[in-house]
Design a protein around this ligand. Sequence first.
Ligand code: PLP
Length: 389
Amino acid sequence: MKLTPELTESLTLKFSQTARKLIQEGKQIYSLGLGEPDFETPLEIKESAIRAINDGYTRYSNSKGLLELRNLIASKLQKENQIESTPENIVVTPGAKNALMLTLMAILRPEDSIINLNPCYVSYIPQIKIAEPKSNIINVDLSKENFELDWDLLYKKTENSRNIKAMIINFPNNPTGVVLKSEDFEKLGTFIQEKNCYLISDEIYEKLSYKKNEHLSPGSIEAIKDRVITINGFSKAFSMTGWRIGYLNANKDIIQTVTKLQQHINTNTATFIQKAACEAFKLKTDYLSQYLKQLNERAQYMEIKINKLKRVKVIPPEGGLFGFVNIKNLGIPSDNFCTELLNSKGVATTPGIAFGKSWDDHVRISLAITDDIFFKGIDLFCEYCKSLE
Ligand code: PLP
C-alpha cells in the first residue's frame, strides 16, 4: 500500500494513551481528551444485544445491513432530517468512520480534488489519502474570529480548481462546537450545485446540540439531494462508541459501489449489534435532555472560566462534545502546551495541530467528562494558563 505523509499517528489517541499510562502509574489525571459520551449505553439497547445473540443473530447479514434496521434509519432520515430515503439508499457500517472511508473509496479517483474545512476531524485527511493517494485536498480554514465558514475564501480557493469531486463538512463540528447556520445552509446548496460535486455531510453529533438550534441536514436540499452523502451513526447519540455501528445514506449508484466495497472489506456490520441498534429508535425522544443540560452547563463553566483569562479565549460551543480554545497569545505550539499541561497539572487535552496545520494556536477540550473531573480539570487548565500570562 502506498503510504503518504498525511497518514500520521492520531494525536487524539496519543495524548489519551499517555494520560491512561500516567493513571496506571497512580497519578491523578484529569482527562479532557477523548470525545466519548460519559453516559452508559441505554439499558434497553444492551439487553436487546444479549437477546439478539440468544435469538441467533450471530451469522452474516445482508452486506447493506438488516432490512429492519435500514427501514428504521430510512424513516428517521425522512421524519427528522427531511431526507428522501429508502432502505436501498442506506448501508450500515462498522462506525461512521467506516461509512466515511467507504464513501471516499467509492467516489475518489486520481487527481480528484476534495474540499476540506479546517479545523477538521483527525481522520478526514488520512482517510482521503488512504482512499486515493493521488487526490488533492483543498484545505479551507474556518474563520479564526468565530469559526464561521468564510465564503469568500472558499470561492477564492476553489475558483481555478478542476475535478472537484466532493466537499466534506461536519456540523455540529468537532473540534469547534459550531453548528450549521441557516445562511450557510442555503449557500451550501448553491455552492455544491455550482461546483457540480458531492457533499459528504458528517452529522454524527446531530443529537448533541445543546443551545436549542435546529439541526439542518443538507441532504434535504432539493437541488442537491442526489449529491449529498449523509454520514451518521450511534456512537455519540446513544453512547455506543465501542459497538462500532454507523451508516451512510446516498444515491443508489454510490450505494451500489459502497456495497461492493463493504462485501469485500467488512462483509457486514456485526449482526447482533445491528439488531440492538434497532432498539435505539424506540427510546423516548427526550432521553438525551438531561445529558444535553449537563453538556450546556459544562460548556458555560468552561466559557466563563476561560474567558476571564487575559490571553486565552474560547468561542462558546453550541453542539458536539468539544470546546476549541485559542492559546495564540501565549505564543506556545499546541503540542508543547498540552505536554506541559499534562506534566505539570495532570490535565490531558488535545493539541490544535491535530485538527489542521494552521490550528497550532488552539487546544481542544472535551465536554464529555464527568462533572467532578471536568470542573477540576478546567480550574487546573486556567491555573496553568495564568502561570504563563
Ligand atoms: N466523525 C466525527 C466528526 C467524529 O468526531 C467521529 C468520532 O469521534 C466520527 C466521525 C467517528 O464516529 P464512529 O465512532 O461512529 O466511527
